[in-house]
Design a protein around this ligand. Sequence first.
Ligand SMILES: [Zn+2]
Length: 305
Amino acid sequence: MGDKNIKDTHKMLSDEAAKMGSVRMRFQGEEMITEFFEANNTEDMCRQATSGLVLVDTHAHLTDKAFEGEEEIIVGRAAECGVAFIITSGYNLSSSQTAVACAEKFDNVYASVGFYPENCMEFDCEALKEIAQNEKVVAIGEIGLQYTEGMPPKEEQIEVFEKQIKLAHELNLPIVIHCREAYGDCLEVLKRNQQFLKAGGTLHCYCGSSEMAKEFIRLGLHISVGGVSTFKNADKIKKAVIDCPLERILLETDCPYLAPHPFRGKRNEPSLIPTIAENLATLKGISVEEVVSVTTQNARRLFKI
Ligand SMILES: [Zn+2]
């Protein structure tokens, strides 16, 4: 198929898909093909889509209201699109418990448990420690700092962040860090707790600068790249991603939020990970296969999946 034909096919399929409200991706060489998602033909399409590709969504919220009653469909569709594993994340006690329940229900779903900045006042270390010992729990997170309006005081956030870093160390689990408008303090907290970072971790939905990313990488951490890296106005993140060694990058959706371009504003889901992988390959000027292979190895190594 010539370039023009591919473009025409893409356009036709995207238009159709928009009408149908349903779309899927597969790779052919370095080319991403958009196809209809036909419910009665999923097995055949699955074989095509996954040929040789194993991706990981390292950060999703499968228990979010947006997916209520559809978890099975969402997890199934992800598998058909080559997303072999999904890590679903909690952000307080109840969401961490439902994340673990979801992981227990699906073989290819794992859980991350923790209290993120907004919920740091509810922090319950004993309860978290107990659920973190479930065998499907692969990380403590999301945890971290967020200095936007209406958030709990910085001191409380930092204290709870540090306690969870130490808990992760005690349980030999990596950490999944949520950081918004607090990169300076976040780096400082991590630096002074460096001895507790032996199991590693990642800056989820990384939005910082390239220089800051280098500091996190020096601490042995990864950066996770999602839909934001595909947005047209995301120059700073794109530069960070280009400069960061592929060996330190993970893929994530953070679904149902932050759907990648051209699905921006729509409900995000793990089956859109191939779109994020394709974008990363374009940014770095390498093949999609390399992106998939290396980021999946990174995820397997960090989360011991
Ligand atoms: Zn999240």
